[in-house]
Write a protein that binds this ligand. Sequence first.
Ligand SMILES: Nc1ncnc2c1ncn2[C@@H]1O[C@H](COP(=O)(O)OP(=O)(O)OP(=O)(O)O)[C@@H](O)[C@H]1O
Ligand SMILES: [Mg+2]
Length: 290
Amino acid sequence: MAFLPDFIKLGGEGGIIDKVMHGLTQPLFGSKDKDDNCINLQDTRGVGIRIEKLNKFFDEKHVLKDIDLEIMAGETFSIIGPSGTGKSVLLKHIVKLEEPDSGEIFIDNHPIFDQSGAEAPNYRYSMVFQSSALFNSLTVGENVGLWLREKRICKELTIRHIISDKLKLVGLEGQEGLKTAELSGGMKKRVAIARSLAMNPDLILYDEPTAELDPINTDELANTILGLKERTKNTTVIVTHDLNFALYISDRIAMISGGRIVEVGTPAEIKASENPIVKGFIYTTTKGIK
Ligand SMILES: Nc1ncnc2c1ncn2[C@@H]1O[C@H](COP(=O)(O)OP(=O)(O)OP(=O)(O)O)[C@@H](O)[C@H]1O
Ligand SMILES: [Mg+2]
């Protein structure tokens, strides 16, 4: 942590390490510190996700109801649906920030909640949270390089190249020195995305990536995600209520309503769906505009 300012609290509750787990998670499985320096960041792969009969209650409230979903390795998969229907809660299960009351999630056919079986696969994943979860006391560049420095993944010069490269991808070229606290919501979101991309994740999860972006930035983000698709093999899962964004970037889309998956299909299939819930969602989000 030699590159972080002294005043940043490192360990303990509320310390930076604690928060990083929520802004940029470490690999789920089998990562031993001794191996971390051996990670080849160029080598990405897609991971397959299979969700089976997942149920989640918060007290009496049944938030996720018998969710069955398969996301293929390398897919760009969006989960759409109205507010409060369980999209974020579902995403948090995939990174084990929530535990189900019943059901299981398999990643590359390995159960992530029942770990009594054989050793699970190792992969890099990162999540861009609905709130960007940046450190205001760090600069933009320090935020983006946080994981690489904390894990001592590579040499400082390489880290600086990666930071510069990822900032360029999100339209913030040369902005390393900006103070995070002074950024707009949309810029913060873009820094959070750059930070997640810094590790070249095998699995990247976005929770409402376009929520605070203007139409131009939304368009740029869509093209960034599509561009990444051409250069890496990662699996991308996006939760959004931005229907047009989902239709533009996704290989497939699932619609969730009232805690249940009501439709899964390609963008063309979703647009042509006869399911009244899907039709209603498309109508209200586009205000009937054809
Ligand atoms: N930690 C929690 N404790 C209790 N209830 C929760 C918790 N997290 C989520 N919920 C409830 O679960 C339901 C689904 O929440 P979730 O955040 O997944 O909605 P969402 O579909 O992501 O909505 P939005 O589009 O507004 O972000 C909501 O009713 C919410 O109040
Ligand atoms: Mg949400």
